[in-house]
Design a protein around this ligand. Structure first.
Ligand SMILES: *Cc1c(COP(=O)(O)O)cnc(C)c1O
Length: 395
């Protein structure tokens, strides 16, 4: 906060909170940003303090003023009880799942969830005696039909990875409440700026900070924000697992957060503009973007979300691999690579056909996921238009 923090942050709007959350300049001689505290060992002044358990910071992995600043800022935005940071988005997912399950439990995971989350459930969780079943993203309150006596939690991601199916999170939350189950939501796409899972009844909001929070493709970071009843299990799991975010990464996350609302607004507008442009192209079969009027899931998006970001997919009309390669290999502005959420535009082919079991995704032509960065959309359109031209020429 600035000089006179008399207005409670909770009464301020998200963009303001992103700028002021977790800031205590006069704890740091007035400098706008906290310093990077590098350290493992934290010293205690005397035996009494060491034994008292009252010293705020005790060990690098467990906390630092920099860690507190980022946790506090993100926790305020998500409206949670406690936020913890992890070394990556995937670590945020695995930590969250491990916080609530034990051998003999059953969990429900959206068939449209981020694939590595699924790999963890089918691999390590299975070996530990936790059974996963996958559910259709359209289930809503009907998910109660899949509850078993040993079901512990529901893991959702909204919209779905790569294919952008929306889910009715409030309905899932109502279903979970009938049986005291935990509802976990991967909120990476919308971020806390555009969707607040906890306010819609979830217990845990998970974010790959690697994406929009860091925002510059230069660090890995995970964020878990817990409701009051989930805070203790989450913190305990994190500490037992020994996971923590790196110092530099936390600083980059905090730095990215300050401009995130502004960047998101641009990613959103440019994303919609590009999606509409693509929708009108003869090479495009369909566009998967919940923020587009008329798209599947748009009604839920409109009801629960306050914005969209720059990530969406398209399915092209049938084209050969040679044609696809001609298009992608010649792109000058769109990069080809994993992750997203940085300032730069990306494009990657994807194919969930092989692993989804409940909500099969069918496509005849190539499926491409695009991240629209902060470039001028006219230049991005020209890059893609030239790509379509190469595609046609390679037929
Ligand atoms: C990228 C991503 C993750 C994983 O984040 P990492 O930091 O790459 O481990 C988790 N969930 C979603 C939806 C993602 O897109």
């Amino acid at each position: 906060m600035g000089k006179s923090p008399t207005t409670p942050l909770s009464s301020l709007r998200p963009a303001t909170r992103a700028v002021h959350g977790g800031r205590h300049p006069f704890d740091h001689h007035g400098f706008v940003n906290p310093p990077v505290y590098r350290g493992s060992t934290v010293l205690f002044p005397d035996l009494d303090t060491l034994e008292s358990g009252n010293q705020r910071y005790t060990y690098g992995r467990r906390g630092s003023p920099l860690m507190s600043a980022l946790e506090e800022a993100l926790c305020g935005l998500e409206g949670g009880q406690r936020t913890v940071l992890t070394s990556s988005g995937l670590a945020a997912i695995t930590t969250s799942l491990l916080a609530f399950v034990e051998a003999g439990d059953h969990i429900l995971v959206a068939d449209t969830a981020y694939r590595p989350a699924r790999t963890f459930c089918d691999g390590m969780l299975k070996r530990m005696g936790v059974e996963t079943s996958y559910y259709h993203p359209d289930m809503g309150e009907g998910i109660t039909a899949l509850f078993r006596p040993n079901t512990r939690l529901v893991y959702a991601e909204c919209p779905g990875s790569q294919t952008f199916e929306m889910q009715d999170i409030p309905a899932l939350a109502r279903a979970c409440r009938t049986r005291d189950l935990y509802l976990l939501v991967d909120n990476t796409w919308a971020t806390a700026i555009y969707f607040k899972p906890l306010a819609h009844g979830a217990d845990v909001s998970i974010n790959a900070g690697t994406k929009y929070i860091v925002g510059h493709a230069d660090a890995m970071l995970g964020v878990v924000t817990a409701s009051e009843r989930a805070a203790k299990p989450i913190t305990k799991a994190l500490w037992e697992l020994g996971n923590c975010a790196g110092t530099e990464e936390m600083y980059l996350g905090l730095r990215g957060l300050r401009t995130m609302p502004l960047r998101l607004e641009r990613h959103w507008r440019a994303g919609v503009e590009m999606a509409e442009w693509l929708q009108a192209r003869p090479e495009v079969e369909r566009v998967l973007h919940p923020g587009l009027p008329g798209s599947v899931g748009h009604a839920i998006w409109k009801r629960d979300f306050t914005g969209a970001t720059g990530l969406f997919s398209v399915v092209l009309k049938p084209a050969s691999r040679t044609q696809l390669a001609a298009m992608l290999d010649g792109l000058e502005l769109f990069g080809m690579g994993w992750s997203w959420g940085g300032y730069e535009s990306l494009i990657v082919p994807f194919d969930p056909v092989g692993y989804r079991t409940i909500a099969p995704f069918t496509h005849e032509g190539p499926a491409l996921r695009l991240h629209i960065g902060l470039e001028d959309t006219a230049d991005l359109q020209a890059d893609l238009a030239a790509g379509f031209e190469r595609m046609r020429a390679a037929a």
